[in-house]
Design a protein around this ligand. Structure first.
Ligand code: PHE
Ligand code: CO
Length: 296
């Protein structure tokens, strides 16, 4: 059953405090967006379209174009679904904000991607501490059209349901993987490093920082290493992990993770900014501007 949409904004993201989660699926109240909402969309869309030239990966740019979204108005989920459903079988559903973990996993496992229906206020253009429509739609939706990535997201959801029954530590391991791939992943393409992570592509500052700043580490993808690595929720990442291809990501995550979780349980977590001897290092960060605490 669809519920009436109600904008639910939390003061903090999922770690930190305990936000009130809602599980309802809502109809996108498209006709209730204000002129200011559409203008916010236009501002963010145009700005990111420029910033992402030569920065976003090929697949992001190409697939975004296939949706035919424009700065003119906030897209209708239904229009995007008409492109998505027949291609990779994914479907966008409207939600009020962050979902409880298990609910989120179950949606993904069934190829439903939850999109927050409301958009940030003008004073939140540069930064908002939780996902809004711009992050969810602009950031995540393009790669749902990419067959390999679409499969990865579904498998992640199914894996999440499983990890949830294994326990809190397994969940933390899997969440790190999501964070360092789906949200903050980089990919090596013919012309250099490119962005595919949604948390990066929806942020002007981090789009530039993740690729061009000397501060962060850029390290080759390593599944077990990533699942041990803590991360930042309130600053740019200290470390980005670089995949060679979406196929690499798929292959590495195909096995049953149950024995991996057992192995990881015996190992210490790794601070967000550390570089290990056996890391495949693209760039060793200078660490400039890092705050010393706050890794989650
Ligand atoms: N293969 C993993 C498991 O069995 C699930 C998974 C798939 C996790 C894709 C992440 C990404 O738990
Ligand atoms: Co996101």
């Amino acid at each position: 059953m669809n519920a009436q949409p109600r904008r639910v904004e939390h003061q903090q993201t999922d770690k930190g405090s305990v936000p009130v989660y809602t599980t309802a699926i809502v109809e996108q109240p498209w006709s209730s967006y204000s002129r200011e909402d559409h203008a916010t969309w236009a501002t963010l869309f145009e700005r990111q379209r420029e910033v992402l030239v030569g920065r976003a990966c090929r697949e992001f740019v190409d697939n975004q174009r296939r949706f035919g979204i424009t700065p003119d108005a906030i897209p209708k989920f239904e229009d995007l679904n008409r492109v998505l459903r027949p291609t990779t079988g994914w479907e966008l559903i409207g939600v009020e904000g962050l979902l409880p973990e298990l609910t989120f996993f179950e949606h993904l496992a069934n190829r439903r991607f939850p999109v927050t229906w409301w958009i940030r206020r003008p004073d939140q253009i540069d930064y908002i501490s939780e996902p809004d429509l711009f992050h969810d739609l602009f950031g995540h939706v393009p790669l749902l059209l990419e067959p390999m990535f679409a499969d990865y997201m579904q498998a992640y959801g199914a894996g999440g349901v499983k990890a949830h029954s294994v326990g809190a530590e397994a969940l933390a391991n899997l969440t790190r993987l999501y964070w360092y791939t789906v949200e903050f992943g980089l990919i090596k393409q013919n012309d250099g490093l490119r962005i595919y992570g949604s948390g990066i592509v929806s942020s002007k500052g981090e789009s530039i920082y993740s690729l061009e700043s000397p501060a962060p580490n850029r390290i080759g993808f390593d599944l077990m290493r990533i699942m041990r690595t803590r991360y930042r929720i309130d600053t740019y990442q200290k470390t980005y992990f670089v995949i060679d291809s979406f196929e690499q990501l798929m292959r590495a995550t195909e096995p049953d993770f149950t024995p991996y979780y057992a192995e990881l349980a015996a190992l210490e977590s790794i601070p967000a900014g550390n570089v290990l001897d056996r890391d495949r290092v693209y760039q060793r960060g200078t660490g400039e501007g890092w705050s010393q605490d706050g890794d989650v």
